[in-house]
Write a protein that binds this ligand. Sequence first.
Ligand SMILES: [Mg+2]
Length: 179
Amino acid sequence: MTWNNLLQPDLILSGSVLTLTPDIIQQYGLKGLVLDVDETLVPITVGKASPELKQWVEQIRACAALCLVSNNLSESRIGGIARSLNLPYYLGAAKPSRRKIRAALQSMSLPEHQVGMVGDRLFTDVIAGNRLGMFTILVEPIVHADAALRSHPIRNFEVWISEALGATITPKQTKIDKE
Ligand SMILES: [Mg+2]
């Protein structure tokens, strides 16, 4: 697998995870989602799940198995968020390592191609999901309400590098064929 294939999400949403609908999940035949936490579900500056996120989880869990897999090492943060959403979780995943995502897939008892890896980062979430043969979904980060804190130099850098390597990081709701 070449770098541009590793960095190429299967689906790029132009909004946050909250714009991922049951229709989209069913359209791609997904039965489960592995969810990144920091800035995918909850801003890094916020310690708990929003009412909108709780509502989204309740809607999505009716059609897909859900599991949180975070690189964050904080049991109080990730465990607290997971418990408030009543979802299983793995922390300290060190994505793009596959180990804890593999454990999440095993706990779901689903083949990897039927599970979406959902995250805001190309070099962690997308690479890890692609390495496992999952359906990778890049979402816009959920950011701090304060506009001054909305800049994402790391994400912007990752998008720039990925495009330089030949990946297409343009939001669209159609599947991008991998070579
Ligand atoms: Mg993240």
